[in-house]
Design a protein. Structure first.
Lengths: 305, 270
Protein backbone atom coordinates (compact mmCIF):
# COMPACT_ATOMS: atom_id res chain seq x y z
CA UNK A 1 0.00 0.00 0.00
CA UNK A 2 1.45 3.36 -1.02
CA UNK A 3 1.10 6.24 1.33
CA UNK A 4 3.30 9.24 1.90
CA UNK A 5 2.38 9.61 5.58
CA UNK A 6 4.39 7.40 7.93
CA UNK A 7 2.34 5.12 10.16
CA UNK A 8 4.50 6.20 13.08
CA UNK A 9 6.79 9.19 13.15
CA UNK A 10 8.96 9.68 16.21
CA UNK A 11 11.10 12.79 16.08
CA UNK A 12 13.81 13.61 18.62
CA UNK A 13 11.86 12.12 21.49
CA UNK A 14 13.25 12.34 25.01
CA UNK A 15 11.38 10.81 27.93
CA UNK A 16 12.61 11.40 31.46
CA UNK A 17 11.28 9.98 34.70
CA UNK A 18 12.84 12.23 37.32
CA UNK A 19 16.57 11.97 36.79
CA UNK A 20 16.29 8.79 34.70
CA UNK A 21 16.29 9.19 30.93
CA UNK A 22 14.27 6.27 29.58
CA UNK A 23 14.25 7.41 25.96
CA UNK A 24 17.15 9.53 24.75
CA UNK A 25 16.62 11.56 21.58
CA UNK A 26 15.05 8.77 19.60
CA UNK A 27 13.90 9.31 16.02
CA UNK A 28 12.17 6.66 13.95
CA UNK A 29 9.76 6.47 11.03
CA UNK A 30 7.70 3.37 10.45
CA UNK A 31 6.04 3.14 7.05
CA UNK A 32 2.66 1.65 6.24
CA UNK A 33 2.82 -2.09 5.69
CA UNK A 34 6.08 -2.65 7.55
CA UNK A 35 6.41 -5.40 10.14
CA UNK A 36 8.90 -4.04 12.64
CA UNK A 37 10.40 -5.84 15.63
CA UNK A 38 11.45 -3.72 18.56
CA UNK A 39 14.25 -5.48 20.37
CA UNK A 40 16.30 -4.56 23.36
CA UNK A 41 17.27 -5.68 26.82
CA UNK A 42 14.98 -4.94 29.78
CA UNK A 43 14.95 -1.25 30.59
CA UNK A 44 16.03 -0.26 27.08
CA UNK A 45 12.99 1.99 26.70
CA UNK A 46 10.83 -0.23 24.48
CA UNK A 47 7.67 -0.11 26.60
CA UNK A 48 8.13 3.60 27.28
CA UNK A 49 8.31 4.22 23.54
CA UNK A 50 5.27 2.02 22.88
CA UNK A 51 3.32 3.94 25.55
CA UNK A 52 4.08 7.19 23.74
CA UNK A 53 3.02 5.76 20.37
CA UNK A 54 -0.29 4.81 21.98
CA UNK A 55 -0.65 8.23 23.60
CA UNK A 56 -0.66 6.71 27.08
CA UNK A 57 2.16 9.05 28.00
CA UNK A 58 3.64 12.23 26.57
CA UNK A 59 7.28 12.76 25.60
CA UNK A 60 9.33 15.13 27.75
CA UNK A 61 10.45 16.69 24.48
CA UNK A 62 10.14 15.82 20.81
CA UNK A 63 7.04 14.68 18.93
CA UNK A 64 5.25 11.41 18.29
CA UNK A 65 2.74 11.26 15.45
CA UNK A 66 0.60 8.36 14.32
CA UNK A 67 -0.66 8.60 10.72
CA UNK A 68 0.33 12.25 10.82
CA UNK A 69 -1.71 13.15 13.89
CA UNK A 70 -2.13 12.90 17.64
CA UNK A 71 -1.78 9.29 18.88
CA UNK A 72 -4.94 9.63 21.02
CA UNK A 73 -6.92 10.61 17.95
CA UNK A 74 -5.68 7.50 16.14
CA UNK A 75 -6.82 5.43 19.15
CA UNK A 76 -10.22 7.12 19.19
CA UNK A 77 -10.76 6.24 15.54
CA UNK A 78 -9.58 2.66 16.03
CA UNK A 79 -6.67 3.13 13.63
CA UNK A 80 -4.25 1.81 16.23
CA UNK A 81 -4.75 -1.24 18.40
CA UNK A 82 -2.40 -2.89 20.83
CA UNK A 83 -1.88 -6.07 22.77
CA UNK A 84 -0.19 -4.93 25.95
CA UNK A 85 1.39 -7.00 28.67
CA UNK A 86 -0.12 -4.67 31.23
CA UNK A 87 -3.64 -4.65 29.80
CA UNK A 88 -5.83 -6.46 32.30
CA UNK A 89 -9.05 -8.38 31.78
CA UNK A 90 -12.03 -8.73 34.07
CA UNK A 91 -12.41 -12.26 35.44
CA UNK A 92 -16.18 -12.23 35.79
CA UNK A 93 -16.91 -11.39 32.16
CA UNK A 94 -17.09 -14.26 29.70
CA UNK A 95 -14.66 -14.24 26.80
CA UNK A 96 -17.49 -13.26 24.42
CA UNK A 97 -18.83 -10.49 26.71
CA UNK A 98 -15.36 -8.96 26.89
CA UNK A 99 -15.27 -8.79 23.10
CA UNK A 100 -18.89 -7.53 22.87
CA UNK A 101 -18.17 -4.73 25.32
CA UNK A 102 -15.07 -3.62 23.45
CA UNK A 103 -16.89 -3.93 20.11
CA UNK A 104 -19.58 -1.54 21.38
CA UNK A 105 -16.92 1.18 21.53
CA UNK A 106 -15.69 1.05 17.93
CA UNK A 107 -17.34 2.50 14.80
CA UNK A 108 -17.21 0.35 12.74
CA UNK A 109 -16.28 -2.91 14.48
CA UNK A 110 -15.64 -6.34 13.00
CA UNK A 111 -18.22 -9.01 13.94
CA UNK A 112 -17.59 -10.58 17.36
CA UNK A 113 -17.59 -14.14 16.00
CA UNK A 114 -15.08 -13.24 13.33
CA UNK A 115 -12.45 -11.91 15.74
CA UNK A 116 -13.04 -14.77 18.21
CA UNK A 117 -12.50 -17.20 15.35
CA UNK A 118 -9.39 -15.44 14.07
CA UNK A 119 -7.90 -15.47 17.55
CA UNK A 120 -8.78 -19.16 17.87
CA UNK A 121 -11.11 -18.79 20.87
CA UNK A 122 -14.54 -19.09 19.27
CA UNK A 123 -15.27 -22.37 21.03
CA UNK A 124 -14.51 -20.95 24.50
CA UNK A 125 -16.65 -17.81 24.06
CA UNK A 126 -18.91 -18.65 26.99
CA UNK A 127 -16.07 -19.38 29.39
CA UNK A 128 -15.45 -16.89 32.18
CA UNK A 129 -12.20 -15.00 31.62
CA UNK A 130 -11.06 -16.05 35.11
CA UNK A 131 -11.34 -19.69 34.05
CA UNK A 132 -9.40 -19.22 30.80
CA UNK A 133 -5.70 -20.14 30.66
CA UNK A 134 -2.95 -17.55 30.31
CA UNK A 135 -2.57 -18.38 26.62
CA UNK A 136 -6.32 -18.09 26.04
CA UNK A 137 -6.37 -14.72 27.80
CA UNK A 138 -3.55 -13.58 25.56
CA UNK A 139 -5.58 -14.69 22.51
CA UNK A 140 -8.50 -12.72 23.91
CA UNK A 141 -6.35 -9.58 24.06
CA UNK A 142 -5.43 -10.26 20.45
CA UNK A 143 -9.13 -10.66 19.53
CA UNK A 144 -9.84 -7.26 21.15
CA UNK A 145 -7.05 -5.69 19.10
CA UNK A 146 -8.56 -7.03 15.87
CA UNK A 147 -12.01 -5.50 16.50
CA UNK A 148 -11.35 -2.12 14.94
CA UNK A 149 -9.54 -3.65 11.93
CA UNK A 150 -6.60 -1.38 12.83
CA UNK A 151 -4.13 0.08 10.33
CA UNK A 152 -1.40 -0.20 12.94
CA UNK A 153 -1.11 -3.04 15.41
CA UNK A 154 1.28 -2.82 18.34
CA UNK A 155 2.21 -5.93 20.26
CA UNK A 156 4.20 -6.00 23.48
CA UNK A 157 5.56 -9.51 24.03
CA UNK A 158 2.49 -10.88 22.25
CA UNK A 159 3.04 -14.62 22.51
CA UNK A 160 3.82 -14.78 26.22
CA UNK A 161 2.01 -17.77 27.69
CA UNK A 162 1.07 -19.30 24.34
CA UNK A 163 2.02 -22.85 23.46
CA UNK A 164 3.89 -23.69 20.27
CA UNK A 165 0.73 -24.19 18.22
CA UNK A 166 -0.79 -20.99 19.58
CA UNK A 167 2.33 -19.07 18.72
CA UNK A 168 2.34 -20.43 15.17
CA UNK A 169 -1.37 -19.62 14.62
CA UNK A 170 -0.78 -16.17 16.02
CA UNK A 171 2.07 -15.34 13.69
CA UNK A 172 0.23 -16.75 10.70
CA UNK A 173 -2.65 -14.38 11.44
CA UNK A 174 -0.25 -11.44 11.83
CA UNK A 175 1.59 -12.25 8.61
CA UNK A 176 -1.54 -12.60 6.52
CA UNK A 177 -2.80 -9.21 7.74
CA UNK A 178 0.60 -7.63 7.14
CA UNK A 179 0.47 -8.87 3.56
CA UNK A 180 -2.80 -6.96 3.17
CA UNK A 181 -1.02 -3.81 4.34
CA UNK A 182 -1.40 -3.69 8.11
CA UNK A 183 1.57 -2.09 9.82
CA UNK A 184 2.74 -4.16 12.75
CA UNK A 185 5.20 -3.25 15.48
CA UNK A 186 6.11 -5.84 18.07
CA UNK A 187 8.41 -6.05 21.03
CA UNK A 188 9.58 -9.54 21.80
CA UNK A 189 12.33 -11.31 23.62
CA UNK A 190 11.99 -14.33 21.31
CA UNK A 191 14.77 -13.40 18.93
CA UNK A 192 13.82 -16.16 16.54
CA UNK A 193 10.38 -14.55 16.23
CA UNK A 194 11.93 -11.24 15.27
CA UNK A 195 14.20 -13.02 12.82
CA UNK A 196 11.39 -15.04 11.26
CA UNK A 197 8.54 -12.53 11.15
CA UNK A 198 9.89 -8.97 11.00
CA UNK A 199 10.81 -7.11 7.80
CA UNK A 200 12.81 -4.75 9.91
CA UNK A 201 14.43 -4.93 13.31
CA UNK A 202 15.07 -1.90 15.50
CA UNK A 203 17.54 -2.57 18.28
CA UNK A 204 17.30 -0.26 21.27
CA UNK A 205 19.71 0.15 24.13
CA UNK A 206 19.52 2.71 26.92
CA UNK A 207 16.83 4.67 25.10
CA UNK A 208 18.78 4.94 21.85
CA UNK A 209 18.56 3.05 18.59
CA UNK A 210 21.75 1.03 18.17
CA UNK A 211 20.81 -0.72 14.96
CA UNK A 212 17.98 -0.54 12.46
CA UNK A 213 17.74 -2.80 9.45
CA UNK A 214 16.65 -6.18 8.16
CA UNK A 215 17.52 -9.17 10.24
CA UNK A 216 20.32 -9.99 7.77
CA UNK A 217 21.68 -6.45 7.95
CA UNK A 218 21.67 -6.49 11.73
CA UNK A 219 23.55 -9.75 11.83
CA UNK A 220 26.08 -8.42 9.34
CA UNK A 221 26.40 -5.18 11.22
CA UNK A 222 27.16 -6.78 14.52
CA UNK A 223 29.35 -9.46 13.18
CA UNK A 224 30.16 -8.88 9.58
CA UNK A 225 30.21 -12.05 7.57
CA UNK A 226 32.90 -14.53 6.86
CA UNK A 227 33.52 -15.59 3.28
CA UNK A 228 35.40 -18.87 2.94
CA UNK A 229 36.79 -20.00 -0.41
CA UNK A 230 39.20 -22.51 -1.83
CA UNK A 231 42.00 -20.48 -3.39
CA UNK A 232 45.61 -21.46 -4.07
CA UNK A 233 48.30 -18.81 -3.66
CA UNK A 234 45.98 -16.12 -2.33
CA UNK A 235 47.26 -12.55 -2.53
CA UNK A 236 46.42 -11.50 1.03
CA UNK A 237 47.49 -7.89 0.52
CA UNK A 238 45.10 -7.46 -2.43
CA UNK A 239 42.26 -9.17 -0.54
CA UNK A 240 42.75 -6.92 2.47
CA UNK A 241 42.16 -3.88 0.26
CA UNK A 242 38.65 -5.01 -0.75
CA UNK A 243 36.01 -2.69 0.71
CA UNK A 244 35.00 -3.50 4.26
CA UNK A 245 37.46 -6.31 4.84
CA UNK A 246 38.88 -6.44 8.33
CA UNK A 247 40.81 -9.72 8.35
CA UNK A 248 42.19 -12.29 5.94
CA UNK A 249 43.28 -15.74 7.10
CA UNK A 250 44.96 -18.31 4.90
CA UNK A 251 44.65 -21.89 6.11
CA UNK A 252 46.25 -24.25 3.61
CA UNK A 253 44.15 -24.05 0.45
CA UNK A 254 41.35 -22.20 2.21
CA UNK A 255 41.08 -18.51 2.67
CA UNK A 256 38.77 -16.94 5.28
CA UNK A 257 37.93 -13.31 4.71
CA UNK A 258 35.94 -11.43 7.35
CA UNK A 259 34.29 -8.12 6.61
CA UNK A 260 31.14 -6.03 6.65
CA UNK A 261 30.37 -6.37 2.91
CA UNK A 262 30.35 -10.03 2.02
CA UNK A 263 28.90 -9.26 -1.42
CA UNK A 264 31.93 -7.15 -2.37
CA UNK A 265 34.26 -9.84 -1.08
CA UNK A 266 32.52 -12.58 -3.04
CA UNK A 267 32.37 -10.45 -6.19
CA UNK A 268 36.08 -9.76 -5.94
CA UNK A 269 36.92 -13.40 -5.35
CA UNK A 270 34.85 -14.60 -8.29
CA UNK A 271 35.83 -11.85 -10.71
CA UNK A 272 39.47 -11.36 -9.90
CA UNK A 273 40.77 -14.67 -8.54
CA UNK A 274 40.38 -18.36 -9.20
CA UNK A 275 38.52 -18.87 -5.94
CA UNK A 276 35.81 -21.57 -5.86
CA UNK A 277 33.51 -23.31 -3.34
CA UNK A 278 32.45 -19.99 -1.77
CA UNK A 279 30.64 -20.15 1.57
CA UNK A 280 29.23 -17.12 3.34
CA UNK A 281 28.41 -17.42 7.03
CA UNK A 282 27.19 -14.91 9.60
CA UNK A 283 26.51 -14.86 13.29
CA UNK A 284 22.98 -15.66 14.24
CA UNK A 285 20.67 -12.91 15.42
CA UNK A 286 21.07 -13.79 19.05
CA UNK A 287 24.82 -13.28 18.88
CA UNK A 288 24.26 -10.03 17.00
CA UNK A 289 21.76 -8.92 19.63
CA UNK A 290 24.17 -9.61 22.45
CA UNK A 291 27.02 -7.92 20.62
CA UNK A 292 25.01 -4.78 19.83
CA UNK A 293 23.22 -4.36 23.13
CA UNK A 294 26.05 -5.24 25.49
CA UNK A 295 26.86 -2.34 27.79
CA UNK A 296 30.31 -1.79 26.33
CA UNK A 297 29.22 -1.96 22.72
CA UNK A 298 29.75 1.27 20.77
CA UNK A 299 26.63 3.14 19.76
CA UNK A 300 26.46 3.21 16.00
CA UNK A 301 25.86 6.70 14.66
CA UNK A 302 23.61 6.76 11.63
CA UNK A 303 22.50 3.18 11.97
CA UNK A 304 21.57 1.28 8.84
CA UNK A 305 18.62 2.79 7.04
CA UNK B 1 4.59 13.59 -4.92
CA UNK B 2 1.10 13.38 -6.36
CA UNK B 3 -0.81 10.16 -6.02
CA UNK B 4 -4.36 9.07 -5.47
CA UNK B 5 -5.10 9.11 -1.76
CA UNK B 6 -5.27 5.60 -0.38
CA UNK B 7 -7.80 4.28 2.12
CA UNK B 8 -5.02 4.77 4.67
CA UNK B 9 -4.62 8.48 3.87
CA UNK B 10 -8.36 8.98 4.21
CA UNK B 11 -8.53 7.08 7.47
CA UNK B 12 -10.92 4.44 6.10
CA UNK B 13 -10.88 0.83 7.17
CA UNK B 14 -9.52 -1.77 4.75
CA UNK B 15 -13.18 -2.46 3.92
CA UNK B 16 -13.69 1.18 2.93
CA UNK B 17 -15.81 2.20 5.93
CA UNK B 18 -15.38 5.63 7.46
CA UNK B 19 -13.81 5.44 10.92
CA UNK B 20 -15.73 7.36 13.55
CA UNK B 21 -15.69 7.82 17.29
CA UNK B 22 -18.58 6.23 19.19
CA UNK B 23 -21.59 8.41 20.11
CA UNK B 24 -21.67 9.71 23.72
CA UNK B 25 -17.99 8.91 24.20
CA UNK B 26 -18.77 5.18 24.30
CA UNK B 27 -21.64 5.27 26.82
CA UNK B 28 -24.35 2.90 25.60
CA UNK B 29 -27.16 0.67 26.76
CA UNK B 30 -25.23 -2.37 25.52
CA UNK B 31 -22.29 -1.42 27.76
CA UNK B 32 -24.62 -0.91 30.72
CA UNK B 33 -26.39 -4.24 30.23
CA UNK B 34 -23.09 -6.14 30.02
CA UNK B 35 -21.86 -4.46 33.22
CA UNK B 36 -25.07 -5.29 35.08
CA UNK B 37 -24.93 -8.89 33.92
CA UNK B 38 -21.38 -9.10 35.23
CA UNK B 39 -22.38 -7.58 38.56
CA UNK B 40 -25.22 -10.08 39.02
CA UNK B 41 -22.59 -12.83 38.74
CA UNK B 42 -20.86 -11.44 41.78
CA UNK B 43 -22.63 -13.31 44.61
CA UNK B 44 -21.11 -11.09 47.24
CA UNK B 45 -22.51 -7.95 45.61
CA UNK B 46 -25.95 -9.53 45.29
CA UNK B 47 -25.97 -10.61 48.95
CA UNK B 48 -24.78 -7.25 50.25
CA UNK B 49 -27.09 -5.09 48.15
CA UNK B 50 -30.23 -7.18 47.74
CA UNK B 51 -30.36 -9.72 50.56
CA UNK B 52 -28.73 -8.05 53.56
CA UNK B 53 -30.78 -4.81 53.73
CA UNK B 54 -34.00 -6.84 53.59
CA UNK B 55 -32.69 -9.21 56.23
CA UNK B 56 -31.81 -6.26 58.50
CA UNK B 57 -35.26 -4.83 57.93
CA UNK B 58 -36.93 -8.12 58.87
CA UNK B 59 -34.71 -8.28 61.95
CA UNK B 60 -35.18 -4.70 63.20
CA UNK B 61 -38.44 -3.50 61.69
CA UNK B 62 -41.06 -6.19 62.06
CA UNK B 63 -41.59 -6.29 65.81
CA UNK B 64 -45.38 -6.46 66.26
CA UNK B 65 -45.46 -3.23 68.25
CA UNK B 66 -43.75 -1.34 65.36
CA UNK B 67 -46.62 -2.27 63.10
CA UNK B 68 -49.13 -0.51 65.30
CA UNK B 69 -46.88 2.33 66.44
CA UNK B 70 -47.28 5.39 64.24
CA UNK B 71 -44.39 7.41 62.82
CA UNK B 72 -45.75 10.57 61.21
CA UNK B 73 -47.93 9.57 58.29
CA UNK B 74 -46.96 5.89 58.49
CA UNK B 75 -46.08 3.19 61.00
CA UNK B 76 -42.68 2.48 62.50
CA UNK B 77 -42.22 -0.59 60.30
CA UNK B 78 -42.48 1.63 57.20
CA UNK B 79 -40.08 4.14 58.77
CA UNK B 80 -37.49 1.42 59.37
CA UNK B 81 -38.15 0.03 55.89
CA UNK B 82 -37.14 3.37 54.36
CA UNK B 83 -34.04 3.55 56.56
CA UNK B 84 -32.97 0.06 55.50
CA UNK B 85 -33.67 0.85 51.85
CA UNK B 86 -31.39 3.87 52.18
CA UNK B 87 -28.75 1.65 53.79
CA UNK B 88 -29.04 -0.89 50.93
CA UNK B 89 -28.89 1.80 48.29
CA UNK B 90 -25.82 3.29 50.01
CA UNK B 91 -24.01 -0.02 49.81
CA UNK B 92 -25.13 -0.62 46.23
CA UNK B 93 -24.12 2.79 44.93
CA UNK B 94 -20.85 2.91 46.85
CA UNK B 95 -19.81 -0.51 45.60
CA UNK B 96 -20.89 0.45 42.07
CA UNK B 97 -18.64 3.50 42.17
CA UNK B 98 -15.85 1.59 43.87
CA UNK B 99 -15.76 -0.87 40.96
CA UNK B 100 -13.19 1.47 39.43
CA UNK B 101 -10.71 0.43 42.14
CA UNK B 102 -10.91 -3.22 41.10
CA UNK B 103 -10.73 -2.33 37.44
CA UNK B 104 -7.69 -0.16 37.95
CA UNK B 105 -5.98 -2.81 40.09
CA UNK B 106 -6.58 -5.46 37.43
CA UNK B 107 -5.36 -3.23 34.59
CA UNK B 108 -8.75 -3.15 32.88
CA UNK B 109 -8.81 0.67 32.85
CA UNK B 110 -5.50 0.56 31.01
CA UNK B 111 -7.00 -1.88 28.52
CA UNK B 112 -9.95 0.51 28.04
CA UNK B 113 -7.54 3.35 27.30
CA UNK B 114 -6.70 1.49 24.10
CA UNK B 115 -10.31 2.07 22.98
CA UNK B 116 -12.22 5.25 22.05
CA UNK B 117 -14.03 5.18 25.43
CA UNK B 118 -13.87 8.64 27.03
CA UNK B 119 -13.06 8.72 30.77
CA UNK B 120 -16.23 10.68 31.46
CA UNK B 121 -18.32 8.06 29.61
CA UNK B 122 -16.64 5.33 31.65
CA UNK B 123 -17.57 7.13 34.87
CA UNK B 124 -21.10 7.66 33.56
CA UNK B 125 -21.41 3.89 33.00
CA UNK B 126 -20.17 3.21 36.54
CA UNK B 127 -22.62 5.72 38.01
CA UNK B 128 -25.49 4.29 35.93
CA UNK B 129 -24.62 0.76 37.11
CA UNK B 130 -24.39 2.00 40.70
CA UNK B 131 -27.74 3.77 40.48
CA UNK B 132 -29.42 0.76 38.89
CA UNK B 133 -28.18 -1.43 41.72
CA UNK B 134 -29.27 1.23 44.22
CA UNK B 135 -32.76 1.21 42.73
CA UNK B 136 -32.87 -2.59 42.92
CA UNK B 137 -31.87 -2.42 46.59
CA UNK B 138 -34.64 0.09 47.38
CA UNK B 139 -37.31 -1.79 45.42
CA UNK B 140 -36.38 -5.10 47.10
CA UNK B 141 -36.66 -3.68 50.63
CA UNK B 142 -39.92 -1.90 49.73
CA UNK B 143 -41.45 -5.12 48.37
CA UNK B 144 -40.44 -7.05 51.48
CA UNK B 145 -41.71 -4.16 53.64
CA UNK B 146 -45.11 -4.13 51.98
CA UNK B 147 -45.40 -7.90 52.42
CA UNK B 148 -44.83 -7.71 56.18
CA UNK B 149 -46.98 -4.72 57.14
CA UNK B 150 -45.25 -1.44 56.37
CA UNK B 151 -47.97 1.20 56.36
CA UNK B 152 -47.57 4.38 54.35
CA UNK B 153 -49.69 5.79 51.54
CA UNK B 154 -48.54 4.77 48.06
CA UNK B 155 -47.76 8.34 47.05
CA UNK B 156 -45.60 8.98 50.11
CA UNK B 157 -43.90 5.64 49.74
CA UNK B 158 -43.07 6.41 46.12
CA UNK B 159 -41.72 9.80 47.16
CA UNK B 160 -39.57 8.14 49.86
CA UNK B 161 -38.17 5.72 47.26
CA UNK B 162 -37.40 8.44 44.72
CA UNK B 163 -35.77 10.68 47.34
CA UNK B 164 -33.68 7.79 48.68
CA UNK B 165 -32.63 6.88 45.18
CA UNK B 166 -31.67 10.37 44.05
CA UNK B 167 -29.91 11.13 47.33
CA UNK B 168 -27.71 8.07 47.15
CA UNK B 169 -26.03 9.63 44.11
CA UNK B 170 -23.86 11.14 46.85
CA UNK B 171 -22.65 7.63 47.64
CA UNK B 172 -22.00 6.79 44.00
CA UNK B 173 -19.63 9.77 44.07
CA UNK B 174 -18.21 8.55 47.39
CA UNK B 175 -17.57 5.11 45.84
CA UNK B 176 -15.87 6.66 42.82
CA UNK B 177 -13.71 8.88 45.01
CA UNK B 178 -12.65 5.91 47.16
CA UNK B 179 -12.24 3.76 44.04
CA UNK B 180 -9.76 6.22 42.59
CA UNK B 181 -8.13 6.82 45.96
CA UNK B 182 -7.61 3.21 47.07
CA UNK B 183 -5.74 1.11 44.53
CA UNK B 184 -7.14 -2.15 45.78
CA UNK B 185 -8.97 -5.08 44.27
CA UNK B 186 -10.98 -5.58 47.46
CA UNK B 187 -11.85 -2.02 48.30
CA UNK B 188 -15.33 -3.02 49.53
CA UNK B 189 -13.78 -4.96 52.41
CA UNK B 190 -12.78 -1.56 53.75
CA UNK B 191 -15.82 0.38 52.59
CA UNK B 192 -18.44 -2.15 53.79
CA UNK B 193 -17.65 -1.74 57.51
CA UNK B 194 -17.13 2.01 56.97
CA UNK B 195 -20.63 2.30 55.53
CA UNK B 196 -22.13 0.33 58.43
CA UNK B 197 -20.41 2.74 60.81
CA UNK B 198 -21.63 5.80 58.89
CA UNK B 199 -25.16 4.36 58.88
CA UNK B 200 -25.13 3.85 62.64
CA UNK B 201 -23.66 7.28 63.12
CA UNK B 202 -26.16 8.79 60.70
CA UNK B 203 -29.17 7.41 62.51
CA UNK B 204 -30.26 4.78 60.01
CA UNK B 205 -30.20 1.98 62.59
CA UNK B 206 -30.99 3.93 65.77
CA UNK B 207 -33.00 7.17 65.74
CA UNK B 208 -30.98 10.20 66.83
CA UNK B 209 -33.30 10.91 69.77
CA UNK B 210 -32.26 7.62 71.32
CA UNK B 211 -28.60 8.68 71.25
CA UNK B 212 -26.73 10.76 73.80
CA UNK B 213 -26.59 14.48 72.99
CA UNK B 214 -22.93 14.41 72.02
CA UNK B 215 -23.43 11.47 69.73
CA UNK B 216 -26.58 12.95 68.20
CA UNK B 217 -24.60 16.10 67.35
CA UNK B 218 -21.81 14.09 65.75
CA UNK B 219 -24.41 12.09 63.83
CA UNK B 220 -25.57 15.20 62.00
CA UNK B 221 -22.21 15.31 60.26
CA UNK B 222 -22.41 11.78 58.91
CA UNK B 223 -23.11 11.64 55.17
CA UNK B 224 -25.79 9.03 55.92
CA UNK B 225 -27.69 11.50 58.09
CA UNK B 226 -28.83 13.88 55.38
CA UNK B 227 -29.79 11.12 52.97
CA UNK B 228 -31.75 9.31 55.72
CA UNK B 229 -33.62 12.37 56.96
CA UNK B 230 -34.56 13.59 53.49
CA UNK B 231 -35.67 10.12 52.36
CA UNK B 232 -37.97 9.84 55.41
CA UNK B 233 -39.27 13.41 55.08
CA UNK B 234 -42.58 12.24 53.50
CA UNK B 235 -43.42 10.82 56.97
CA UNK B 236 -43.65 14.42 58.16
CA UNK B 237 -41.32 17.35 58.76
CA UNK B 238 -39.61 17.26 62.13
CA UNK B 239 -37.71 20.45 61.42
CA UNK B 240 -34.42 18.91 60.38
CA UNK B 241 -34.90 18.98 56.62
CA UNK B 242 -32.85 22.12 56.02
CA UNK B 243 -29.93 20.65 57.95
CA UNK B 244 -30.30 17.43 55.94
CA UNK B 245 -30.17 19.32 52.64
CA UNK B 246 -27.05 21.21 53.77
CA UNK B 247 -25.49 17.90 54.82
CA UNK B 248 -26.23 16.31 51.42
CA UNK B 249 -25.01 19.28 49.38
CA UNK B 250 -21.80 19.56 51.40
CA UNK B 251 -20.95 15.87 51.16
CA UNK B 252 -21.88 15.77 47.48
CA UNK B 253 -19.46 18.64 46.86
CA UNK B 254 -16.69 16.85 48.77
CA UNK B 255 -17.20 13.48 47.03
CA UNK B 256 -17.82 14.77 43.51
CA UNK B 257 -14.88 17.16 43.81
CA UNK B 258 -12.66 14.42 45.22
CA UNK B 259 -13.68 11.94 42.53
CA UNK B 260 -13.11 14.49 39.75
CA UNK B 261 -9.72 15.41 41.19
CA UNK B 262 -8.53 11.79 41.49
CA UNK B 263 -9.99 10.89 38.13
CA UNK B 264 -8.19 13.70 36.32
CA UNK B 265 -4.95 12.63 38.01
CA UNK B 266 -5.57 9.05 36.95
CA UNK B 267 -6.26 9.79 33.30
CA UNK B 268 -3.52 12.39 32.94
CA UNK B 269 -0.88 11.61 30.38
CA UNK B 270 2.47 11.71 32.15
Amino acid sequence: MNSSTPAVSIDGVVKKFGSVTAVDNLSLDIHPGEVVAFLGPNGAGKTTTVDMILGLSNPTSGTVEVFGGDPRHAIALGRVAAVMQTGGLLKDFTVRETVELTASLFRPARPVDEVLDRAGILEIGDRLVGKASGGQQQRLRFALALLSDPDLLILDEPTTGMDVQGRRDFWNAIRSDAERGRTTVFATHYLEEADAYADRIVLVRRGKIVADGTSAEIKAMAAGRTVRATLEGADTAALAKVEGVDSVDVRGESVLIHGSDSDAIARYLLNHTTARDLEITSRNLEEAFVALTADDAPIAEGALA
Amino acid sequence: MSQTPTALDLGLTAGGDIRRTPPMGGFSLAFLVLELRRLMRNKRAVIFTLVMPSAFFLLFGTDSKYKTESAGHGNTTAYIMVSMAVYGAMIATTSGGAMVATERALGWSRQLRLTPLKPVAYVAVKVAVAMTMGLAAIVTVFIVGNLVGADLSAGRMLLCGVLAWVCTLVFAAFGLFMGYLLPSENVMQVLGPALALLSFAGGLFIPLDQMSDVFATIAKFSPAYGVGVLSRSPFGDDGSILLAVINIVAWAAVFVGGAAWRMSKDTQRV
